[in-house]
Design a protein around this ligand. Structure first.
Ligand SMILES: Cc1cc2nc3c(=O)[nH]c(=O)nc-3n(C[C@H](O)[C@H](O)[C@H](O)COP(=O)(O)O)c2cc1C
Length: 405
């Protein structure tokens, strides 16, 4: 038998060292900002217009108080089931297009860590790795996020769905909150666009970020890998042009119904903020509603997703599984969302900050932080499981109220 002692000791030592140096997501964010070229960090960190929605997302979580219960005995477990699969904790990696700008090769690192930890990883349509590559790395935890390609009667949309099905993606996640182009001032100022401008300013940023540049050299220029079959060649410009010219707009209700008919496994509509939209999605057969404002990247006027969560749970929570993202930065935020009726949480930027800060050690450290914190905060709130978290009493001063929900 192999002696795993020294290897395990080394891994435990690394975990302890990282927990001490980077105990919060904000520590990772600060380090990522120093190590990643400004255009890459800002692409991930930034948001629409004045970025009030990003701020609203995090402050909305901070405003939620949980009333703890004491004198309870028993072991706490974070294990949970979602759409018939068992996961290690109610946290997953949200889809992020072009995450390679934060750290080249990001998608494969997210997928490998998600498979190792048994948490979901959602590959974005405009990700820098293909459906087939991710399915090979994370066969048990791989979901696919779908954008809309109205061109040629949705030929690309349906082909992506076919590929996701053949590759065994467990859940299909059509995103509806990308109604049009979004205005992100940091990207405009940084000239972050395709084709990527090579000028003295961008060259300076790359040259002064040596760890990032080494990673770029190892991985090659990021491309929109899922779109290679529909582009004249497998280059960054050609695949990005397919994205720019062939995709766009929100899937309509009629299109969602057609997608629902084709996809036989769980179907979760992402980007819902209004309870009536949640009702419509469930009426056409959605198994899940993903409450999200895209992390404040599209519409700066949107409410914090957690502030509309209770109304959506009240509208559809008995018929569909409600999950949430946007602004989750800690295990405590996850427990807050569970207390308000969410069944599962996702975060995009936390995992991206981890990679920017620590490279290959980043995704494992972020997963470790969340798993550890969720357990600790459940214990403090007096819940021994994800199911019991739904019983925690919460005070939620900024919750949206609707007449019917
Ligand atoms: C860099 C970046 C790219 C994203 N790309 C996509 C995408 O392609 N499709 C999608 O549905 N959501 C996308 N999102 C939104 C995330 O899935 C998720 O809703 C958001 O990151 C949650 O907010 P948080 O970053 O505060 O956790 C992206 C987010 C980021 C940060």
């Amino acid at each position: 038998m192999v002696d795993r002692g020294p290897a395990k000791k080394a891994a435990d030592g690394t975990t302890a060292r990282l927990r001490q140096r980077f105990p919060t997501i904000d520590d990772l964010r600060r380090r990522a900002r120093r190590r990643v070229p400004r255009f890459g960090f800002d692409f991930v960190d930034g948001g629409a217009t004045e970025e009030y929605c990003i701020e609203r997302n995090t402050s909305a979580f901070q405003a939620i108080e949980l009333l703890p219960r004491y004198c309870i005995d028993g072991k706490v477990t974070t294990d949970t089931e979602l759409f018939g699969r068992k996961y290690a904790a109610p946290i997953g990696v949200a889809p992020m297009g072009s995450a390679g700008l934060m750290w080249p090769g990001a998608e494969k690192m997210f997928a490998a860590e998600a498979q190792r930890q048994r948490i979901p990883y959602v590959l974005a349509t405009p990700g820098n790795a293909s459906i087939e590559e991710i399915a090979a790395i994370a066969p048990d935890v791989f979901w696919f996020q779908l954008y809309r390609f109205p061109y040629n009667d949705h030929a690309i949309t349906y082909d992506l769905v076919r590929r996701a099905d053949e590759a065994g993606a467990h859940v299909l996640v059509p995103t509806v909150d990308s109604a049009g182009k979004s205005k992100r001032p940091r990207d405009i100022r940084n000239g972050c666009r395709v084709p990527f401008p090579i000028n003295p300013w961008t060259t300076y940023q790359v040259l002064t970020s040596p760890a990032w540049t080494m990673q770029l050299l190892r991985n090659g220029m990021p491309i929109t890998a899922n779109l290679v079959p529909y582009a004249p060649k497998a280059s960054q410009n050609a695949t990005a042009e397919v994205m720019q010219t062939r995709s766009g707009g929100s899937h309509t209700w009629e299109e969602l119904a057609r997608l629902r008919d084709r996809w036989k496994r769980p179907f979760v509509v992402k980007g819902i903020l209004h309870p009536e939209d949640a009702e419509r999605a469930v009426a056409l057969g959605a198994d899940g509603i993903w409450v999200s404002n895209h992390g404040g990247r599209h519409f700066d006027g949107a409410p914090a997703s957690v502030d509309v969560l209770p109304a959506i749970v009240s509208a559809v929570g008995s018929r569909a599984t409600v999950v949430i993202d946007s602004g989750i930065r800690s295990g405590l935020d996850v427990v807050r969302a569970l207390a308000l009726g969410a069944k599962f949480c996702f975060t995009g930027r936390c995992f991206a900050y981890g990679l920017g800060a620590l490279g290959s050690a980043g995704a494992p450290h972020v997963a470790d932080l969340f798993l550890d914190e969720i357990k600790t905060e459940l214990l403090h709130a007096g819940a021994r499981s994800v199911a019991e978290a739904a019983q925690i009493k919460a005070r939620h001063p900024n919750a949206w109220r609707f007449d019917n929900y």
